[in-house]
Design a protein around this ligand. Structure first.
Ligand code: NAP
Length: 499
């Protein structure tokens, strides 16, 4: 497609992924009048991580009045922190209300995308190839389960199940359950299983700080008010936003908020009465260095006689249990791996090839890098949602995805106006941007001496190192043409940009 005579041309757009960010992007496209898009979703439904994760006890630790789209405020949330299934239903409902089911190809995995010089050729696992002007990667980063490399794991006689691949058909009633991992998932699982099964053994490699919270149900009256007065939803969203902005200050700056949160989590830990158990549960790093675990019951549950916190390292898995470094054998009937995700994969293993045959693996040999979280040099007309260094620590992805969709729509409008055919950030701008991120990283809590999935190969966090509000401001402003290379109409582009 050429710029000449290109007035009001309609871009063909592929969106890969129908989770939070795919839905946000598709609705933004639709509202801006871009109707020619296809969502490719490898799973059977909308919802992404909220579709995949169905383990017992799954609750989102961000209040639902904030963890929702501003274009689809839901008055019906049943409680302050909603369950995974309620969030999944909300996402499916929102997608269908906006007609996205008619534009989605479910059970269709995209395995590759190649830039031809004029457009993208998108290949599915069935071998079909379709051409698009733009590709939006909305694949998220919590979708490839990480299986631990523990000797003997394959020999275990009972089920071995990753938390993100929960099988509701398994009857746990008489099972002794081993849970490996003490992150947000492991703590929620143990909280839900304790008392429901004869014994839970929780294998802890690193203790976690736990932020206490109270979850409460919304009364019928509260729901009716939210239904009748939509402004209440907006006010609640705004209040949560302000609270999270304050909390985020503690993540990215030393100071009062950090000290307050440290005080709160230490005080919470004191609710564990047995000094030996308390010692085992005490982290040797600052609160929030790893993603903060939020729980209303973990410390109560871990003190139960039918719950054992195992802190000696796992040496080996045997058919009937686990042997730990202290020589003990822990007899188990099922092993649950709450061991997290390969969060650095992003849209991989899709094989993505940009200009001059440059592959994503080559571009990311030193770790995932992007320009302003959404674009990459050498990959024209390819956008990421919630890409590297987006603000996602304890921050709702709904807000991030909406802000990034705004930027994408802005580019599409300029393409539609014929300012360019393809656009990508320059390497120089991307390098400068990433240098700024690296320089700011030491001021954040994430580099204060812990291991976490936030950290990349270089030991630095793949997270936005400032307040999320600053990111939203950045991504909602007009892009600076000096940071981009466009084809073929540099002059039309710059003239339209006023530069
Ligand atoms: P995670 O935070 O990466 O935690 C993985 C856990 O597994 C850690 O305790 C880790 O120990 C342990 N582990 C990994 N490999 C191990 C091994 N070989 N032996 C023993 N232990 C091992 O994963 P997650 O809990 O699934 O959470 C991932 C992210 O999902 C969260 O950070 C959050 O963003 C999201 N999430 C959110 C919610 C929510 O409520 N919104 C709920 C669940 C998950 P180390 O600490 O020693 O590495």
């Amino acid at each position: 497609m050429t710029v000449a005579g290109a007035c009001r041309r309609q871009p063909r757009i592929a969106i890969v992924g129908a989770g939070i960010s795919g839905i946000a992007a598709a609705v933004a496209l639709r509202r801006a009048g871009f109707g020619d898009f296809t969502i490719f979703e490898k799973g059977p439904d909308f919802g992404g991580t909220w579709r995949d994760n169905t383990y017992p006890g799954l609750v989102c630790d961000v209040p639902s009045r904030y963890y929702q789209f501003t274009f689809a405020m839901n008055p019906e949330w049943s409680q302050l922190y909603s369950t995974g299934s309620e969030i999944k239903e909300y996402l499916c409902r929102t997608a269908r209300t906006h007609g996205l089911d008619r534009r989605t190809e479910f059970r269709t995995e995209v395995v590759g995308a190649e830039f031809s010089g004029a457009d993208w050729r998108v290949t599915t696992a069935r071998g079909e190839v379709e051409r698009f002007d733009f590709v939006l990667c909305a694949t998220g980063f919590l979708h490839h389960p990480k299986k631990p490399d523990i000797p003997g794991l394959e020999e275990f006689a009972g089920p071995v199940i990753h938390s993100a691949r929960w099988d509701p058909a398994i009857d746990l009633t008489d099972m002794r359950v081993g849970v490996i991992g003490t992150g947000s998932t492991g703590t929620q699982l143990v909280g839900a299983l304790a008392g429901q099964v004869p014994k839970v053994s929780m294998f802890q490699r690193t203790p976690q700080w736990i932020l206490p919270t109270i979850n409460r149900a919304y009364s019928p009256l509260a729901k009716a008010l939210y239904r009748r007065l939509p402004v209440l939803g907006k006010v609640a969203y705004g209040c949560n936003r302000a609270t999270f902005a304050a909390f985020s200050q503690g993540l990215v700056h030393p100071g009062l908020i950090r000290r307050v949160i440290q005080w709160v989590v230490e005080r919470n830990l004191r609710s564990v009465r047995d000094p030996e158990l308390r010692r085992k549960l005490t982290p040797d790093y600052q609160a929030m260095c790893k993603r903060l675990v939020v729980s209303d019951r973990f410390y109560q549950v871990v003190q139960r006689p039918d719950v054992e916190l195992v802190t000696s390292g796992i040496e080996q898995v045997q058919p009937r249990g686990v042997i730990t470094a202290d020589g003990r054998r822990h007899d188990l009937d099922i092993l649950v791996l709450a061991t997290g995700f390969d969060s650095h994969a992003y849209m991989r293993p899709m094989a993505i090839t940009g200009t001059d045959g440059r592959t994503l693996d080559q571009a990311w040999a030193e770790g995932p890098r992007a320009f302003e979280g959404v674009m990459m040099p050498d990959f024209p007309n390819l956008f990421m949602l919630v890409g590297p260094h987006s603000p996602f620590a304890n921050h709702p992805l709904t807000a991030v995805a909406e802000a990034q969709s705004h930027r994408i729509v802005r580019w599409l409008k300029r393409w539609q106006a014929g300012e360019f055919d393809s656009v990508a950030p320059t390497r120089a701008a991307t390098d400068r941007y990433n240098a700024r991120l690296r320089a700011a990283a030491p001021g954040t809590i994430w580099t204060t001496g812990c291991q976490s999935w936030y950290l990349g190969k270089d030991g630095l966090p793949e997270l936005w190192p400032w307040n999320p509000g600053a990111y939203e401001k950045l991504i909602r402003r007009a892009p600076d043409p000096a940071d981009y290379t466009v084809s073929p109409a540099q002059s039309a582009f710059r003239a339209a940009s006023g530069k």
